[in-house]
Write a protein that binds this ligand. Structure first.
Ligand SMILES: Cc1cc2nc3c(=O)[nH]c(=O)nc-3n(C[C@H](O)[C@H](O)[C@H](O)COP(=O)(O)OP(=O)(O)OC[C@H]3O[C@@H](n4cnc5c(N)ncnc54)[C@H](O)[C@@H]3O)c2cc1C
Length: 459
């Protein structure tokens, strides 16, 4: 069997893996990047393609113009019947995912990263409580064994490494089906423009009938409005099938030529309790770095990759790779994004219980403003103003249950936030107690709001 050895092996050439490879390669390490797709297909990811421009700014990433298909001034959020809407300001873009992936790949390869494309990881070899090597099978036959000092699992929502390490390792945590949205989308060249779509904005439609536990979207990809990315996400359950709902409720609204169609799975929960264990780091969707409310994960998966690469560089230099030496990955990630995800996970579970009437009432009565939602999206806080507005409305319109529920949600968002900031373990030794506290809080909260978690996902 062919064998290869490097400093770091990265599994997955999505944005998280490509960005990790680029950074670690430029730091001078011997990086081996393993991807099951062939090179010419890297970047082709089924996605809504929308991202807030602040993500690129925060990463100091100068995106070439040809990687951007279209620009937005914000997002318009509609109630199910499209009668009412709220405009959320904020600069965003529709990314050309293929060109973006190929652009990141080229830069990574220029630093000397070695790409094993067309190889799927099939086996993880754990010796003395560390990953010693992995085996990958090539399309068409042949197995290669690759050994490294550290391993980065960037293999997306169905993780290739952390699903194969010992269950006692906390990165092996098994998720529930309700921790995910199943999504389906088409990129369509329309026969004619659609009246209600403003091409300067991304559109999100909250319809619990069409997209239970998620939403459906129209993200224009061209200024003339004739090319759109349209799709939906639904909470993972045996009753929900996003493609079926797309065909039944959405497709006929957008007659035209399908340029691309496909489905995928999106984690919509708080991050893994730890992104590091032994000599393994988990980044991107494999570590659940997606925003639980809107499902955007391009920016945060790259952020996790940047944080992971910085700490791994120091650990490699010091010649000590372990959860202790890499713990800074958790501290930095939870502070930068994980705590916000944890707060939004609490809100997400509540939102998945709201009805079309609730959403219509909230949007019609302007209980939340576009700025409130922007604040919610960037900081993950439910503004005091929302509770005040609702208190005033109760007298006029009578929604006392919604107000008391929102107060509960806000108090659990705060408790969860504390656990992921001030009370996040400062060393790995404190992790198991902390996990117990997080799980207790979630059990208490889901019991109060009557949220049923699905079943454990079988990998
Ligand atoms: C339908 C849909 C719409 C979305 N819309 C948006 C959006 O509008 N905006 C946004 O910001 N985010 C969106 N997301 C989320 C976003 O796409 C992801 O969060 C992001 O791309 C995650 O990147 P990643 O690198 O972690 O994972 P991935 O992009 O999934 O990359 C993982 C890579 O690992 C490879 N791999 C997997 N297993 C193996 C193995 N065993 N061996 C070798 N290679 C392997 C895969 O082939 C893949 O290339 C959407 C997701 C979906 C599914």
């Amino acid at each position: 069997m062919e064998k290869l050895r490097g400093d770091v092996v990265i599994i997955g050439a999505g944005v998280a893996g490509l960005y990790s490879a680029l950074l670690l390669g430029s730091m001078g390490w011997r990086v081996i990047l393993i991807e099951s797709k062939v090179k010419s297909d890297i970047g082709n990811k089924v996605c809504g393609d929308a991202i807030g421009i602040h993500h690129f700014r925060e990463l100091n990433l100068n995106i070439p113009p040809n990687v951007i298909d279209h620009r937005y001034n914000g997002v318009v959020i509609y109630a199910h019947n499209l009668n009412y809407n709220i405009t959320v300001p904020g600069e965003g873009v529709s990314v050309n995912r293929f060109r973006f992936g190929q652009w990141l790949l080229k830069q990574a390869l220029d630093t000397g990263v070695e790409l094993l494309d067309g190889y799927s990881v099939i086996e993880v070899n754990v010796v003395e409580n560390n990953v010693k090597s992995i085996k990958a099978r090539r399309i068409g036959g042949g197995v290669i064994e690759v050994e490294a000092r550290a391993y980065i699992d960037a293999s997306g929502a169905k993780p290739a490494i952390r699903s194969k390490v010992p269950l006692e390792w906390p990165i092996a945590e098994r998720p529930y089906t309700t921790d995910f949205n199943l999504a389906y989308r088409e990129v369509i060249e329309l026969d004619k423009t659609i009246d209600w779509i403003n091409t300067d904005y991304a559109s999100i439609i909250l319809d619990t009938h069409i997209a239970p536990g998620g939403y459906w979207w129209v993200f224009p990809k061209r200024r003339d409005g004739l090319v759109i990315n349209v799709g939906l996400g639904v909470v993972w359950s045996s009753n929900n099938n996003p493609r079926r709902n797309f065909e039944k409720y959405i497709k006929h609204v957008f007659p035209g030529k399908i340029l691309h169609a496909g489905g995928g799975i999106v984690p919509t929960r708080r991050p893994l309790p730890t992104l590091v264990w032994r000599n393994v780091i988990v980044v991107g969707d494999a570590a659940y770095t997606v925003n639980p409310v809107h499902g955007g994960g391009i920016g945060s998966s790259m952020l996790s990759a940047a944080i992971a690469s910085k700490h791994l560089n120091s650990a490699l230099e010091a010649g000590n790779i372990s959860e202790e030496s890499l713990w800074g990955v958790n501290i930095d990630y939870m502070r930068a994004y994980g705590a916000k995800q944890a707060r939004l996970d609490v809100l997400r579970m509540f939102m998945q219980k709201l009805s079309n009437n609730d959403y219509e009432w909230i949007i019609k009565n302007r209980i939340v403003s576009g700025d409130n939602i922007y604040e919610l999206g960037t900081r993950g806080d439910l503004a005091d103003q929302v509770i005040h507005t609702l208190s005033a409305f109760i007298k006029l319109l009578g929604k006392p249950s919604l107000l008391s529920q929102l107060r509960i949600v806000r108090s659990y968002m705060k408790k969860m936030s504390e656990l992921y900031t001030d009370r996040y373990p400062t060393t790995p030794r404190e992790l198991s107690d902390w996990i117990i506290r997080v799980n207790r809080l979630i059990e208490e909260y889901t019991h109060i709001i009557g949220y049923e978690r699905g079943v454990l996902v079988k990998w």
